[in-house]
Design a protein around this ligand. Structure first.
Ligand SMILES: NC(=O)c1ccc[n+]([C@@H]2O[C@H](COP(=O)([O-])OP(=O)(O)OC[C@H]3O[C@@H](n4cnc5c(N)ncnc54)[C@H](OP(=O)(O)O)[C@@H]3O)[C@@H](O)[C@H]2O)c1
Length: 323
């Protein structure tokens, strides 16, 4: 079988490792650059992996080495926090570097080396006028992705993503394990969580289907939940059902400000709170746009949150046949 090569920038993370596992059933083979080879080297055990390369993807000369020879490039790099923003700025320099400058550099490298398909990960709610720096920078990132007409671009906007090793339900499950009650900021904010395998399937579909070029796909699950409902479900599914109460906005902001000062990767930042001022709900369905029937959270989350089966290692991840 002749293989196509795809460079998966940011491929060592939660969503990337699921996309790479899914590629094992296809004629695509992945190359993943990483800032820390040791963190990502387990990916080499996945059958679809060609190589893991320690590299600084922000360096244009490095992109000129990584990009040539690939049929497509996927970019999954994203950060949630940026403490550098000054008042009056749309966002700080770290959001600008990761979400805007990087896609611009990647598509420029694709254009220089004749790579015609760039798959860009954005976020549901990306908007230049969004209330948070994260979402404003994601909107400018989409514009940067589309900055070179020589490169065909497919953009994905997921709501919050759940699945084995997610950063969201697992966090609430671990808090439920430790604390008897759970105070929640922005408890009434709405989300439409999407299963990571469905997100991975959307990327694999786009790699194989050139009609996805020039399109923006919202990725969302079958059900809209409030954050309060999701925190309750995470506790219940993990075997630690807990009362959940909403924090008043002033206390929520104070808590976020304190958490920001305690850690570079806080559990919650004021910008995260700002993101939740708008509902994270899709206007289209994956079933209609991509032919993917979205998986219900209740169908899969209890198994991986309850810990009643061994935590899947990335190399042995269950690879489901494309649907
Ligand atoms: N997870 C969600 O619920 C969700 C929802 C909406 C949108 N998204 C978007 O989906 C994408 C992937 O999300 P994820 O949850 O898989 O994230 P993740 O687990 O944090 O993985 C992102 C990867 O990007 C690389 N990376 C992070 N910061 C970087 C930087 N400054 N420069 C270069 N590389 C960097 C890291 O790789 P190395 O450490 O190996 O270099 C990391 O493994 C992101 O763009 C995110 O904004 C995610």
């Amino acid at each position: 079988m002749a293989f196509h090569s795809v460079l998966v920038i940011g491929g060592s993370g939660f969503i990337g490792s699921h996309i790479i596992a899914k590629l094992a059933l296809t004629d695509w083979r992945a190359i993943v650059p990483t800032r820390h080879f040791d963190h990502a080297k387990d990916l080499l055990l996945v059958p679809s992996m060609d190589d893991v390369i320690e590299a600084d993807v922000h360096d244009e000369a490095t992109l000129d080495r990584l990009v040539p020879g690939n049929t497509a490039v996927i970019n999954l790099v994203g950060i949630l926090h940026d403490p550098t923003a000054r008042s009056g700025e749309a966002y700080g320099r770290e959001f600008a570097r990761a979400h805007v400058d990087l896609p611009r550099k990647i598509v420029a490298a694709c254009a220089r080396h004749g790579v015609q398909h760039y798959l860009h990960m954005s976020a549901l709610g990306a908007d230049k006028n969004a209330p948070s720096m994260y979402l404003r920078s994601k909107a400018d990132g989409e514009e940067a992705a589309l900055s070179n007409p020589a490169v065909g671009v497919t953009i994905f906007r997921p709501s919050v993503v759940f699945g084995e090793r997610d950063h969201f339900l697992n966090l609430f499950a671990s808090l439920a394990k430790r604390f008897p009650v759970l105070p929640v900021a922005a408890a009434d904010a709405k989300f439409q969580p999407v299963y990571v395998e469905d997100v991975a399937q959307a990327f694999v579909h786009a790699l194989n289907e050139k009609t996805t070029i020039g399109k923006i796909y919202e990725l969302a699950g079958p059900t809209v939940y409030t954050l309060r409902e999701l925190v309750k479900l995470a506790g219940a599914f993990s075997g630690h059902p807990r009362p959940v109460f909403g924090l008043p906005p002033v206390l929520a902001r104070l808590e976020a400000a304190l958490l920001e000062h305690m850690s570079a990767q806080p559990l919650m930042s004021r910008d995260n709170l700002d993101s939740m001022k708008v509902d994270n709900v899709a206007t289209t369905s994956m079933k209609n746009t991509l032919g993917i029937e979205p998986t219900a959270l209740e169908e899969v989350a209890p198994a991986y949150l309850h810990g009643d089966r061994p935590h899947e290692h990335v190399a042995t991840m269950h690879v489901r046949a494309p649907r």
